[in-house]
Design a protein around this ligand. Structure first.
Ligand SMILES: *Cc1c(COP(=O)(O)O)cnc(C)c1O
Length: 398
């Protein structure tokens, strides 16, 4: 597996595209860094010693395989068979760590000593700071000044883990500006630094690389379903989409199993016509964001529109190129779930199953009333994270 040899219509091609989406739209100064990564990532991931270390850490540090749990009371309520893929039980509380472990092992093998990352709400920053502590690597996380004020607990976590949090004070002082600062940092430190992107976004090869690291989710689902039901194929796989990494991981090994319906839940915010939304596939147009061609929310003259979602992890104005293509080709079905619907679903899961989900994951759960799955059908919902981080929001609704 040293070259891309994908036959799948839904996987990236050798030029870094999913259909018309993807590519690497980057400043010339960034070319050497991205090229080094592109030329090496498949080779390194395929090496036996990489796989051994990666799988070992996923098992002993992250706690994989995560359970596939038959949610009986939820199933009774919706008159179908619902399994939850418990990414909420991963170390640090969400799927993000699957990717940061993969990338830091890759960075080590590329001879890098330092890590830079950007973060919005701080969850990717925490997952990155965690693996840097684990590997004894220097970690710099850029975060918008406003986000630093809004997300004090995650800033404290990053500091406790030994990371340096640098404020991005330009523009709207949020994720977009933190990303620009992180890119600038990487341009200025190309030889000793690796840039860890937190979702299936960014220039090729990031979307494919992150999807591969997260694909362990669907690899496990297949094995676990086969054991539990005698078939490795469910009827539906549902996941929420911010940038799209947990969904990419949950969909990955089902992409070519066309009998499996792939369902994506975007953040509808106050509703798609409200002006306060992050439902990219409903509101976005084709454009270039963070180095790849995809669908993004923008004004007539191409300025990025500030998204809104009650959940910090879905508050992103674009989606990764794989998802843009899954939408374009109708391989995946997209729903826009409102803030209120996600709150109701979070309360429902807590009371029916004793599991408090992350607000992001609650968007995936909120698809259930629309789905109308039959009693003999199997639905897998990717529970991307746990709700501890969202308690301040939930408290307003109790
Ligand atoms: C960050 C996050 C998301 C959104 O990111 P994706 O890349 O779309 O997966 C979803 N759920 C949780 C719990 C998160 O922390």
């Amino acid at each position: 597996m040293t070259a891309l040899q994908n036959q799948s219509a839904y996987q990236v091609n050798e030029r870094g595209y999913y259909g018309q989406f993807g590519g690497a739209y980057i400043p010339e100064m960034l070319y050497p860094n991205v090229e080094e990564l592109r030329d090496n990532y498949l080779k390194i991931i395929a090496q036996p010693d990489f796989q051994e270390e990666f799988q070992g850490l996923l098992r002993d540090y992250v706690g994989r395989p995560t359970p596939l749990y038959l949610a009986q009371r939820l199933s009774d309520k919706y008159n179908t068979t619902i399994y939850l893929k418990r990414e909420d039980l991963c170390h640090t509380g969400a799927h993000k760590i699957n990717n940061t472990i993969g990338q830091i092992l890759l960075a080590k093998r590329l001879g890098k000593q330092k890590i830079v990352a950007e973060t919005g709400a701080g969850q990717h920053g925490v997952a990155t700071a965690t693996v840097c502590a684990l590997m004894g690597m220097e970690c710099i996380v850029y975060m918008g000044e406003i986000d630093i004020q809004r997300q004090a607990p995650n800033v404290a976590r990053m500091k406790m883990l030994g990371a340096e949090v640098r404020p991005a004070s330009s523009g709207s002082k949020t994720l977009k500006d933190a990303t620009n600062e992180a890119m600038r940092h990487w341009i200025n430190n190309p030889t000793d630094t690796h840039y860890i992107i937190g979702s299936v976004v960014g220039p090729h090869p990031y979307p494919d690389m992150v999807a591969r690291f997260q694909s362990v989710i669907s690899e496990e689902i297949k094995k676990q379903l086969l054991e539990k039901t005698g078939s490795e194929l469910p009827d539906y796989v549902i996941a929420c989409v911010g940038g799209g990494s947990n969904a990419a991981g949950a969909f990955y090994h089902f992409l070519d199993d066309e009998s499996v319906k792939l369902v994506a839940a975007e953040a509808g915010g106050h509703g798609i016509t409200s002006g306060l939304s992050a439902a990219t596939t409903f509101l976005g147009k084709i454009g270039v964001l963070h180095g790849s061609k995809s669908i993004l929310m923008q004004t007539e003259d191409g300025q990025v529109v500030e998204p809104h979602s009650i959940s910090a992890g879905l508050d992103y104005p674009g989606i990764g190129p794989m998802h843009a293509h899954l939408h374009d080709s109708h391989r995946a079905l997209f729903y826009a779930i409102t803030d209120d619907e996600s709150i109701a679903s979070a309360m429902e899961l807590s009371k029916l199953e004793g599991i408090i989900p992350a607000l992001e994951s609650a968007h995936a759960l909120a698809v259930l009333p629309y789905l109308k799955a039959a009693p003999n059908e199997t639905v897998v919902i990717n529970l991307s994270g746990r709700g501890d981080k969202d308690l301040a929001t939930y408290m307003k609704y109790l």
